[in-house]
Design a protein around this ligand. Sequence first.
Ligand SMILES: CC(C)(COP(=O)(O)OP(=O)(O)OC[C@H]1O[C@@H](n2cnc3c(N)ncnc32)[C@H](O)[C@@H]1OP(=O)(O)O)[C@@H](O)C(=O)NCCC(=O)NCCS
Length: 293
Amino acid sequence: MPSLSLTLASDHPIPFLADLMTRSFEGYLVPINITETVMHTMIRRDGIDLTASRVLMKDDEPVGLAMIARRGWTSRLAAMGITSNARSGGVGAWAMEQLIAEAKIRDEKEMLLEVIEQNIAGVKLYEKVGFTNIRRLIGYKLDTNLAQGGVPAAEESAQNGYGGLSGQNDIEEIDIRELARMVTYHGMKDLPWQLSGTTIMQHTPPSRAFRLNDAYCLISNPDATDIAIQSVLVKSRSRGAGLSVVLMRALFAKFPNKVWHVSPIYPEEIGFVFEHVGMQRESLSQWQMSRTL
Ligand SMILES: CC(C)(COP(=O)(O)OP(=O)(O)OC[C@H]1O[C@@H](n2cnc3c(N)ncnc32)[C@H](O)[C@@H]1OP(=O)(O)O)[C@@H](O)C(=O)NCCC(=O)NCCS
């Protein structure tokens, strides 16, 4: 019987961790290639604690990686993978039990994660160790080169007079930190980790933040062909008036001929805003899961 053990991720160099993570996600539903830069960005943006993250050893061989992010009483399993030669033999379940026990020793109260709904082994693993679903997370896509009849102007989609008020329909670029403060104050309290104000606060140029009246939007570098919508928010007092739709349409017009992406980290209950701007739902979705400690 091989012996399993955990070593501190902080005891290993970043290039080793990046390579091990890439190998641990071999054959995944979406191709994963973790470079050193990607690893550094994940650690900084998502709040990963390398002293709480673990490299999984089978005898002397590294066979997996678990990245743990931490904020207050909550931790998040930011990545978990087992190299293909060591899968489906109980290693993942053993590692999860250790990680949960370690989080309890740290006096944390909850562990969070997101898992692709179509990842059968992943979902079964997390259910087996006591995680339950909070909600489904969904993504969208729109190629504005192909959009039928072009993208309507912001004015056409305005409701309740927002679009018609002269001088109030201009989009204004703002500091990403201002947007992050709005998300923290007005956003859902249990937003997925990557959409939380704390994570949004870590975004930097070439990402850019825009405001139109009480609507806010963060996008990845708009000079690229593909642009990700990284945050959308309307202040509580102005919800229900289609303001986020007006802002997104204004951005589609400002940066024409792009492919716009919403990665599957958005709560299903707010998906309608992306449908209202003509985006198509992606086939992959995720479960946002939680385990009380
Ligand atoms: C998901 C993953 C971490 C599971 O680790 P593992 O060591 O293979 O899992 P285990 O052998 O401990 O199995 C745990 C449970 O998962 C399920 N499972 C494991 N392999 C499975 C497979 N190939 N098909 C269906 N279910 C499977 C089983 O229900 C199993 O419990 P059981 O044996 O009591 O029935 C691993 O398959 C992996 O690294 N995959 C690629 C990366 C990935 O998907 N990571 C998760 C991202 S959130």
